[in-house]
Design a protein around this ligand. Sequence first.
Ligand code: ACM
Length: 690
Amino acid sequence: MSRLKTSKKRAAKSAALAMAAFTLGAMGLQAQESPGFVNTLMPQPAHLSAGSGELDLSTGFTTVTDKSHDERLDAAISRALMRLKNKTGLEIATMPAATGTGTLTITVDGPGEAIQSLDENEDYSLEVSSNAVHLKATTDVGAMHGLETLLQLVQPGKSGYFLPAVTINDSPRFRWRGLMIDVSRHFEPVSVIERNLDAMAEVKLNVFHWHLTDDQGVRIESKVFPKLTSMGSDGLYYTQDQAREVIEYARARGIRVVPEFDIPGHTNAWFPGYPELASADGPFHVMRNFGVNDPVMDPTKESTYKFLDKFIGEMAALFPDPYMHIGGDENNGKEWASNPKIQEFMKAHNLQGTAALQTYFNQKLGPILKKHNKIMIGWDEIYAPGLQKDAVIHSWRGFDSLAATAKDGYRGILSAGYYLDQIDSAGKHYLVDPVPADTTLTPEQSANILGGEATIWGEHVGPLTIDSRTWPRTAAIAERLWSPQNVRDVDDMYRRLWVESLRLEQLGLTHISHQDVALRQLAGTPHTAPLQVLASIMQPVQFHIRYQLQHTDQVTPLDHFIDAIRPDPPSQHELPLLVKQYLSKQGGTEAGEDLEVLFEQWISATPEAEQLIANSPLLAEVQPRAQQMGELGTTGLQALDYLKKGKTAPADWVQSRLAMLDDAKKPAGLVRFTVLDPIKELVEAAGGQK
Ligand code: ACM
């Protein structure tokens, strides 16, 4: 791993460089004298062998499709070649030819399915030699995956960009590899959705799960029931034309679109327009608060099913995917229990408890979905005796439920462990496996597990912040779902993740740049370098802590320091590595010098950061954090000094530093440090405790 290449002597001058390194992660690909193949692929392919030699891209690059090609494939190739051109600065013809020979030959058997299904063939092979590239696939979708891999292979060399000689035979481990975006709590414009689809395609995800309705907003136009949006969306929704545009955009990238209409709970926003659907009396308004709310559809009225039949029919015609997600989660049953008519109905139908009533609802829903040629998918809660066998269970409450449903013959997908909004590390998500090596499932039962989905719930994200909460961590989950089970090296994943993060930025994602933008807005000045230093070692508190401390709801502004910074920034993974390297005395003095540069940088940024914070009322809440940054830097330097001199630090120093670290751990300003554990390690080592 390439880290800070600074020596102590250059420390002062190279503070900016050091900051850049920690802001962006390790340096990634750098031109080297004789680099050979540097594997930065994400996700890792199923089979890869590196050859010898390389294909020099500067000698001209042409592309031929020598078998099947259609408009979709031609467009995908052109987009890929445009990216190759932009990446390398080389003049590259961006239109493929259908005859003749080219540097890149693309052999595709056929376009694939008219409506991409779970069973779409996504395999491809890629053969790069010193004078030619051959990409082969059964379908357009496989070819598109191959093109993404090809772009990721491009490396800088001393004499220009090149493709290393490799042979890749690739196919996905799981068929369902998704990203769910909740657009109800906060609406995301089409442009945001489309750039996220670009990012999904880059890492070979193939399902966009669009959480379109919830208590806080109905986000899809219904021509049959126009009051759903006129009274339930604050004017923020997708027209059907926009939805079609998104579906087409996704299809062009090999991605299915599975819409979710969350029923019977999480339906408050349906009721301002259609109060007759509700189980309690109105009046109803779009809800601002989050969490599990009481409003729920009335499952005892036939009129509810008539409504749903028409609505689902309309949506079934709009969304071509055979699967429709009906949510089904977090119905607390309170309004069913407190409504005498509903209670009477339950008695008359011998329904014991509100869960049984929800099963009744799902059983009524089954034929409606079937009539409109849709297969039901729903969250864990739909799993109950009597559920139709073709339903897919989407597991969010825990890992065990996925295995239990798979054992029971149901197909399932996993999202427990992939909740991006919880603000966990990429490394933690990465190790969550829908079918772990020690699974107790038989191969037949394992085959019921279709894959998984990363989920970005919308409570705490808006158009400016969603990319930073979604990427690059989703790339780690995408690798888990695509690559072989034994690809599990967290350090190697992070090494490639920082490279992937830059590739995503090149695609137009704002997960890195938004931090600069947001800090400028917060500080009211373009000179935000000291705040960037602070941001580089902080991350948002976890979801539930923000929710509790800030009492967030839909109208809470998402413009605090917490919104400017990113989950799991490079410092969280890189500093422990550096400290480990230093304490184990690997690699001479370099790790110690790198640490000194960083600590000095924190110290020197502190007074200016404090000044900027003092000038901005919005930043006032992070004042203690700036001060703590300086203390952390000082503590780090002192610890290094003891260690360098081989002196044991006095016990009272150790104690006071550990107390300071404990203090820095406490929630303040809605943000937390990423670097406390490695500093603690240094302090303990200096005190002779390690
Ligand atoms: C969920 O998180 N309620 C599916």
